[in-house]
Structure formats: C-alpha cells, structure tokens
Ligand binder design. Structure first.
Ligand code: NAD
Length: 477
C-alpha cells in the first residue's frame, strides 16, 4: 500500500507540499506510517517571509483579538482531539491516554496563557515628564520542538509568542511531525494567514532556522548538546533565545515516608512516557533505612506494568520513540552490565520489532557511573542509597544539569528546607512533574536559558521599549 503522502506544511495560511519527503515510522513496529514533507531552504525562506509579512498587522492587533486566536486554536485541538491523539500515538508510541493528555494539555495551555496580561510600568510621572516601559513583540519567532511531547511543548511556545504579538515559524521533530502538521491544517482560516507557519524537515532545517536572518528569536526545546549548537548559531545574528534543555533530576526519599503508599508514584516519576520526560526522575536517592522496602515495592510494581504498542488497550508504557534514542538507552544498559552492576529488574533486550526496552532498575551503582551521571531519557533507573542529608544534597547538586528535583517526606517543612538547597528550576515535595501554566518553568545551569509558562515565559517573547514624554515641551513656533 502506498504511504499516506497527504500531509502538508502550512505557509502563509496555505497548504504546501515538501520539496522532498521522508518517511515517519511507528516506533511500536518500525513500519512507516506516512511520508512527511521535507522543507527546502527556499520554502523556509517563504515561511519566514510569510511570518514577516503578517507581523505588522498581527502585532498591531488588539490583545483581546490575539487572546481569541489562542482560544480558537485551543478549540480546534479539543474538537479534533480524538483524531489527533490517535495519530500522535502512531508516530510517538505513547499510550492513548498519555497522547490525549498531550493534545488536551496543549489546549489547556493555550487557554491559560490567553488570560495573561502584559504589564506596562510607569517609571516616572512628574511635572516635567512621563516615562513608561512597555513590553513589545520581538518579531518572527522560530519555535523548535522535540519528540517526547510534540503538542504541548509546541504550544508552550506558540501560546506566549502569539499572545505577545509575534508571528511564528514552528518546526516539529522529524521523528514526530505529523500531529503538528495536522494542527497547522486545523488553524488555516482560524487565524490570519502567516501568523503561524509550520514547516517539517530533516536534520538541516533546525540549523537553517537558527541562522536565518529573518528570524528574530529562537525558542528551542531539546537536548543540552543541541541547545549549545542553537545558541552558537543564533549568536551570529544575535537572536534572542529561550532554551529548555535536558535534565538529570534527582528524587530524594527520606526515611519517614510510607513506602507502600508512594511506591507507585515513585515508579511513575521515573517511568512515565517510558522515561522520556525532561523532568522524569533520573536518579532516585533513597535513605538506607528504607532502601530495601523501596527496592522491593518498585520491583513488585514494575512487574505489574504492561508494556506494548500504545494503541493497544491497557498499555501503560510504549516503546522508545526512535532508533537513535533506543540505541543510546541500550548502550547505557550494556555499559552497566559490562561494569558488573546489579540489575533488580530488566536489562534484557527484546527480539520483537519495535523499540521496546523493559523497565530496568539498577541497584546502587557508583555515583560516577554513566547511568547516574548522564541523562538516560529511557526506562532505566539507578536506585541509590544515602545516609546523610548534606551528603545527598551534595550528590544531587553535583551535576551540570539543574532542571527539576523532588523531595519525599512526611515532614513537609523539612522537605521544603531540603528543596531550598537544591539547584533546580522546579522542585517538588511529595510529587513530581506537575506544571502549572502560571508557574515559571526553566532550567538552572546547563538545563536551559530563560523560562516558559507564567508572565516570566510570556515576557521572553517581548523586548522592552521605554518612552519618555517631556511635558514641558517648548511652545510650537
Ligand atoms: P534534540 O536536541 O535532538 O532535538 C530537538 C529539536 O531540535 C528537534 O526538532 C530537532 O530536529 C532539532 N534540532 C536538531 N539539531 C538541531 C540543530 N543543530 N539546530 C537546531 N535544531 C536542531 O532533542 P530530542 O531528542 O528531540 O529531545 C530529547 C531531549 O529534549 C532530552 O534531552 C530532554 O531532556 C529534552 N527536553 C527538554 C525539555 C524542557 O522543557 N527542558 C522538554 C522536553 C525535552
């Protein structure tokens, strides 16, 4: 059967076929599901030109109308959530419920961000003059999204960029472009042409965007290694950047917790979305007094979890999303085996098609091991023992990453005190991965530059403009 080749990019509000195409695979069976348009440099120029042409009118559009545009996109996501989440499962691999969460999370984010106000500050109001600082839009935003949560992470960028009055060229990951292209289709006619352009392509498209002289800001979510390249490339034209990058989140589990009660939560902190979450727990530090019961409870729970094709009823964990990441996770497992670390569960490779890796928990590997030091971004968790709070805080902070962290304890004051010592952009007590659109989300250290969400995130899509008006103007001649 010929591959579905009906997907189109959205440029200037119109459908545009790619100059070429590339196949998109279903990671659960490695079979191609569609041909995706491959954007040429000339087509990117057209998308940027369309965004630039739309900018003057869009930035002058009253903010109330721009709020309505965000709500219209949210409405389109919600109205088409059934089709979109099925498509997302087929290209991303995640179970249907999680795919629905990604789509509806995107709609929720648009709605919540649409209600934000952009402040104006009167900096001086004297008899002589009035000074006012406003936050004005930057221009054309290049938004680059990853493959783990293709919809919501794209909307993290689209919502504030459009609300602030910018126009956007959005690029999904080549591993998961289809749902985003479909969303582009749904927005045609809903919002003015050229305000939101969506292009898809291979490995060169991102670098073309970051070096494009017609793009004024890059908002990027992806790995720290790519983030460095984005920043370097953006420096040539001094683009503004927001970078949401990798993490190696530590969870610290204190001895006063009710192990049976929190075991399931601890499990999903590490393994939800098959571990492919920037803010997944990637190192779990458990106090020595409860290490054995936590270990047993996690392994017992892991044995109940159903891994498989996300499209099948009852699947709780899908495959790794792509071959490159699959190889990386297998390499970390092979390294742990070669070093002789103890596996509490998992570690075996699968012979069935699909990028499946079993739940793998490694028993107290050395602190300098690769599985502790590197971001695994897959279902492999190092479980680590600690004795002393100062020691564990030091271990948690001994990382170039600083995205998230969590502390688990019956004593929330004590947990908060520990949380305040952790070097991370978001710290949770007795939960993980909760994000509010009204809370700033960003990485410390090499986990990012800038923030998303809340007013902080919105202002990343603006530049300041201060006007001073002299009240005692000389009389006209
Ligand atoms: P990635 O860095 O490989 O790719 C991200 C995006 O950048 C893709 O669209 C890709 O095509 C594009 N890209 C690749 N090379 C580029 C270049 N040189 N210039 C410009 N764009 C380029 O990341 P990924 O593998 O898609 O995602 C996984 C990583 O993303 C993990 O490290 C994860 O922690 C991180 N992540 C961070 C957050 C966050 O909010 N902090 C959220 C999700 C994922």
């Amino acid at each position: 059967m010929p591959l579905d080749n009906t997907y189109t990019m959205t440029i200037g509000g119109k459908p545009v076929s790619g100059a070429g195409s590339f196949p998109v695979l279903n990671p659960a069976n490695e079979q191609p599901i569609a041909d995706c348009p491959d954007c040429s440099p000339e087509q990117l120029d057209q998308a940027v030109a369309a965004a630039r042409a739309a900018f003057p009118a869009w930035s002058a559009t009253p903010i109330e109308k721009r709020r309505e545009a965000l709500l219209a996109i949210a409405g389109a996501l919600a109205a088409n959530a059934d089709e979109l989440h099925r498509l997302l499962t087929s290209e991303q691999g995640k179970p249907h419920a999680m795919a629905m969460g990604d789509v509806m999370g995107g709609a929720y984010w648009l709605q919540a961000i649409s209600g934000l106000e952009i402040p104006t500050h009167v900096v001086e109001d004297t008899e002589e003059r009035k000074g006012v600082t406003r936050h004005v839009p930057i221009g054309v935003v290049g938004a680059i999204a990853p493959w783990n949560f293709p919809v919501i992470l794209a909307m993290f960028k689209v919502a504030p960029a459009l609300l602030a009055g910018n126009t956007v060229v959005l690029k999904p990951s080549p591993f998961t472009p289809l749902t985003t292209l479909k969303i582009g289709e749904l927005t045609r006619g809903l919002i003015p042409d050229g305000v939101l352009n969506i292009v898809s392509g291979g490995d060169s498209l991102g670098p073309w965007m970051t070096s494009h002289p017609g793009i004024d800001k890059i908002s990027f979510t992806g790995s720290t290694a790519t983030g460095r390249k984005v920043m370097a490339s953006a420096s040539d034209t001094l683009k503004r950047v927001t970078l949401e990058l990798g993490g190696n989140d530590a969870a610290i589990v204190l001895p006063d917790v009710d192990v049976e009660k929190i075991a399931e939560q601890l499990f999903w902190a590490a393994f939800a979305n098959t571990g492919q979450i920037c803010i997944a727990t990637k190192r779990m530090y458990v106090h020595k007094d409860i290490y054995e019961p936590v270990k047993e409870a996690l392994v017992a729970y892991a044995r109940t979890v159903k891994i498989g094709d996300g499209a099948e009823q009852g699947t709780q964990m899908g495959p790794i999303q792509n071959h490159q990441q699959y190889k990386r996770v297998l390499d970390l497992i092979a390294d742990a085996k070669a070093k002789g670390y103890d596996f509490l569960i998992g570690g075996e490779t699968s012979s069935v098609p699909g990028y499946f890796v079993p739940v793998t928990i490694i028993d107290n590997p050395p602190e300098d091991s690769r599985i502790v030091q590197e971001e695994q971004f897959g279902p492999v968790l190092p479980l680590l023992k600690f004795d002393d709070i100062d020691e564990v805080v030091g271990r948690a902070n001994a990382s170039d990453y600083g995205l998230g962290a969590s502390v688990w304890s019956a004593d929330t004051d004590k947990a908060l005190e520990i949380a305040s010592r952790l070097q991370a952009g978001t710290v949770w007590v007795n939960e993980t991965q909760y994000l509010s659109p009204l809370g700033a989300f960003g990485g410390h250290k090499q986990s990012g530059v800038g923030a998303e969400g809340a007013l902080d995130g919105l202002l990343e899509y603006t530049i300041t403009q201060t006007t001073y008006v002299k009240k005692t103007a000389p009389a006209a001649a």
